[in-house]
Design a protein around this ligand. Structure first.
Ligand SMILES: C[S@@+](CC[C@H](N)C(=O)[O-])C[C@H]1O[C@@H](n2cnc3c(N)ncnc32)[C@H](O)[C@@H]1O
Length: 313
């Protein structure tokens, strides 16, 4: 977002740093603040049941932009990971989206994985979601993977989820209780499980209803809902310290969970709240070709919230 666009939007944001919005309908909480501010982050959950699930999507290109060394990045991650562990209930799950820059020693993925070793979280799965668009050159494999790490604390439940891809494999026989059964007879579902490589989720782009223009790091609702449904129960509290377009907030609303979320940037805190409100008013999950501030900026309707972001043509 260009500095000009940023200055235009800021006056329309209801939260400043340190402010909190309490949702009057479903009890969601949206804060504006720094995820490494222990006091502020913990204050967000003081009136909720302890969260059973955290789904974090931190910025992971800080190193690429030379704003932080990789060591500093790991130290920074450790802060919000410790806060998350203190917030979560005894039996809970943690998912973290990360990148692995193949142009730069795959950082920050290895540093993050090593940092997690003594945090009290147990490593459970290393999921890869296949993106449709990637980066690369003619002289390397195009990078289309999106890393997602799954950890647990204590012994949380796990609800098996299925894709909407029909199961077609036949002929795998196994004896169960003295009877030989065929693969499909033993199935609990006619659809395949996603496993730890997700190929069935469409990356968000501007033609999709859920697209929030200007939110270049938006994750697909389907991915967040899959995580929420696998690792929490209706009525549970779910925490996301890096809200951005509010995908976790909306996913919680749609799946009957309570979301506690925050963003350091007042504009993204506002976008998240507006996305929830728009969903309640219209049933729509995003703005597609419009944008979250289109009502106020009517005469500037063409304002480019995604400038410099490289939307697909
Ligand atoms: C990768 S995006 C999250 C995307 C989100 N999952 C979605 O689907 O829209 C990361 C967000 O973290 C926010 N952020 C960066 N540093 C932060 C910090 N220290 N505390 C809280 N939020 C921060 C950024 O403003 C950005 O909106």
């Amino acid at each position: 977002m260009s500095p000009d666009v940023y200055a235009i939007l800021l006056p329309y944001c209801r939260l400043g740093t340190g402010d909190v919005w309490q949702d009057p309908l479903s009890g969601h909480v949206v804060g504006c603040g720094d995820a490494t501010d222990t006091e502020f982050a913990l204050s967000l959950v003081k009136n909720t049941a302890r969260p059973t699930l955290a789904v974090h999507d931190p910025p992971y290109n800080l190193v690429a932009f030379e704003r932080r060394s990789i060591d500093e990045y790991a130290v920074w991650c450790r802060k919000w990971i410790d806060i998350t562990r203190d917030m979560l209930s005894e039996d809970s799950s943690l998912y973290v989206w990360l990148g692995a820059d193949q142009r730069n020693q795959f950082q920050p993925l290895p540093q993050f994985m090593l940092m997690m070793a003594d945090t009290g979280f147990e490593a459970r799965s290393f999921i890869t979601m296949r993106n449709q668009r990637g980066y690369g050159t003619q002289s390397n494999w195009m990078a289309v993977r999106q890393e997602l790490l799954y950890y647990t604390k204590g012994r949380p439940g796990f609800e098996v989820r299925y894709t909407d891809i029909p199961k077609i494999l036949r002929g795998y026989y196994k004896e169960v209780g003295g009877t030989v059964t065929e693969n499909q007879e033993r199935s609990r579902s006619e659809f395949i499980r996603p496993g730890n490589v997700w190929v069935d989720i469409q990356q968000v782009f501007y033609r999709m209803e859920e697209n929030v223009n200007g939110c270049f790091a938006q994750k697909p609702l389907k991915a967040i809902e899959r995580i929420i449904e696998a690792s929490s129960k209706p009525g549970d509290t779910v925490v996301d310290l890096f809200a951005h377009s509010g995908t976790a907030l909306l996913a919680c609303e749609r799946t009957g969970r309570r979301c506690v979320t925050m963003d350091i940037d007042p504009i993204f805190a506002e976008v998240s709240i507006r996305r929830l409100e728009r969903f309640r008013e219209t049933g729509k999950t995003g703005w597609q070709r419009g944008h979250p501030f289109e009502r106020e900026l009517d005469e500037k309707k063409r304002i480019d919230l995604s400038s410099g972001v490289g939307a697909e043509a």
